[in-house]
Design a protein. Structure first.
Length: 527
């Protein structure tokens, strides 16, 4: 009984967590499970390398797809689309599913854009100090509400820029100088040219920095760039880097990059440049020894290693305490910045939210009709034992929904709803096998308790065999299929496991509790 109670509490917890989860606008989603693309609407795209611009060998094509996959994932992170799917399809295509996206044309334009890699020198934050008062005044003038909010939070700012000069623009701007909306969003300073911003504040800071007046007031020859969202959001903050606006070099001169280990077994990334790129890179790195060099892909700083010496045609990037997986990832980023050909969209499907809601309504109606029919039949045919089966069936549905809410990345699709309804019938089927076995034992003259025990024991092998074969099929559907087929396989597999648990443990527990607490005069069992 304790195990059942723990499963119930865990399911309720995960469902409540999903229900209160916030969307991109900070509002609760009010969805107990994550809905797939076909239920909430969105865009399905299939991409492949455009080989009309460059003919590729099979090996080059496979490498290009891996690079493109990395680029697409980084770009989807920048779009801010939640619960998206980016996966490889076959050997030459990439599937992208963007549920609930509103600006479809912008998404397609960003995904098809050629990846752009730059090497930019990191500038010290001291250079930003002199411009800070003017930047803060520009932000307050452009966003008055933000300025008033920053004034209220002023006591908690803590002065991250210790050497920032006092504002002396005059009494008419005294109110503006009290508010520091930009600095109030900085949690702390990182290395050299790095500022750290809480993830919750990144949208506000991006809005400030996009303003033309703020851009104009930045130190001459500098720009601000965000770090990679995928890596940083896990830590609860995002990094903002002050960089030289003009890059040392772009990815067009990078010929290859590989992850290796040095003589001490530490992961490094070695890269090779073209002869022309090597001359430029050698001249610039010689002038910036000791400075950090940001590796920027699609305007996102991936990492910023320190320049240890002059680098010409061959160089290496030391990663410190990073893992070999991190090195492989960085090598992939470097190669991704030199994609041999752009991506093109070969298939596109757009599903409106109205059609998705129709699918939800029709699926729920079909499910309610089917479940109601099953419940009525089992109550009429098995009486008290049918009541136990219905209770187990209710817990079964709770366990399935809780599992879907708990699994990271799991989403309920329309085929998944079909798998859910199908598995309801399989859950009842297990109870039918048990009840019929109990009936046989009672008909043979056994007492109630031994009949129940023998019924469960004799039905177990048939239940395990039937569910195991179906579970194998669900696994094959998930492994080979994609999108909706995978959704069907996931819900079917979860349903099979939940049905076995409810049939073997829940129904059995209900029988045992009933037999222990029944009146001594009640010798029979209504089954």
């Amino acid at each position: 009984m304790g195990l059942i109670l723990v499963c119930v509490l865990l399911s309720v917890f995960f469902l409540y967590r999903n229900y209160m989860r916030e969307d991109a606008q900070g509002k609760p989603t009010r969805d107990i499970v994550t809905l797939g693309l076909d239920l909430q609407g969105g865009t399905h795209l299939k991409l492949e390398i455009d080989e009309s611009k460059a003919r590729l060998s099979p090996e080059q094509r496979a490498d290009a797809i891996e690079r493109a996959l990395k680029v697409v994932r980084m770009r989807i992170d920048q779009l801010g689309v939640g619960e998206h799917v980016v996966q490889k399809s076959g050997d030459s295509r990439i599937i992208v599913e963007l549920p609930g996206i509103e600006k479809e044309n912008r998404a397609k334009e960003i995904l098809q854009r050629t990846a752009f890699l730059e090497f930019q020198v990191v500038r010290p934050l001291d250079e930003l100090n002199a411009a800070l008062p003017r930047i803060e005044r520009a932000i307050v003038a452009a966003f008055p509400n933000e300025g008033r909010q920053a004034e209220r939070q002023q006591s908690t700012v803590g002065g991250l820029f210790k050497n920032a000069p006092a504002d002396s623009a005059g009494a008419d701007s005294a109110a503006a100088t009290l508010a520091r909306p930009f600095q109030s969003k900085l949690t702390r300073l990182g290395s050299q040219g790095q500022m750290l911003v809480a993830v919750a504040d990144t949208q506000a800071v991006s809005r400030y920095l996009r303003h033309p007046e703020v851009q104009r007031l930045l130190p001459r020859g500098t720009t601000l760039a965000w770090g990679v969202a995928e890596a940083e959001e896990q830590a609860g903050f995002a990094s903002l880097w002050l960089l030289e606006a003009d890059p040392i070099m772009t990815g067009q001169h990078l010929q290859n990059a590989l992850a290796q280990t040095d003589q001490f077994g530490r992961p490094i990334v070695v890269f090779e440049l073209s002869r022309r790129g090597g001359r430029t890179f050698g001249r610039e790195t010689a002038a910036h020894i000791g400075d950090q060099m940001a590796i920027v892909l699609d305007d996102r700083v991936y990492t910023a290693p320190v320049i240890r010496g002059q680098i010409t045609t061959n160089g290496q990037i030391e990663l410190g305490n990073a893992t070999m997986e991190d090195a492989t990832d960085l090598a992939l980023v470097l190669r991704a910045g030199a994609l041999p050909a752009p991506l093109k969209i070969v298939e596109e499907r757009t599903i409106g939210p109205t059609l998705g809601q129709d699918s939800i309504d029709n699926g729920m109606l079909a499910g309610m009709i089917g479940v109601t029919a099953v419940v009525v039949m089992i109550l009429l045919y098995y009486k008290l034992a049918g009541v136990f089966a219905v209770i187990a069936l209710g817990l079964y549905v709770l366990f399935i929904l809780g599992a879907l809410a708990a699994l990271p990345g799991a989403a309920l699709t329309f085929p998944g709803m079909a798998g859910l309804v199908l598995s309801v019938g399989m859950a009842v089927d297990a109870n039918v096998l048990i009840f019929e076995r109990i009936r046989e034992e009672l008909a043979a003259g056994r007492a109630v308790r031994p009949a129940v025990q023998e019924g469960f024991k004799n039905a177990l092998s048939a239940i395990v065999d039937s569910n195991l074969t179906t579970l194998i099929t669900a696994g094959i559907l998930y492994y080979i299929g994609s999108g909706p087929v995978q959704g069907f396989g996931v819900t079917l597999a979860i349903g099979i496991v939940a049905s076995m648990f409810t049939a073997i443990f829940v129904t059995r527990t209900l029988f045992l509790v009933y037999l222990e607490r029944r009146s001594p005069a009640a010798q029979g069992l209504s089954i």
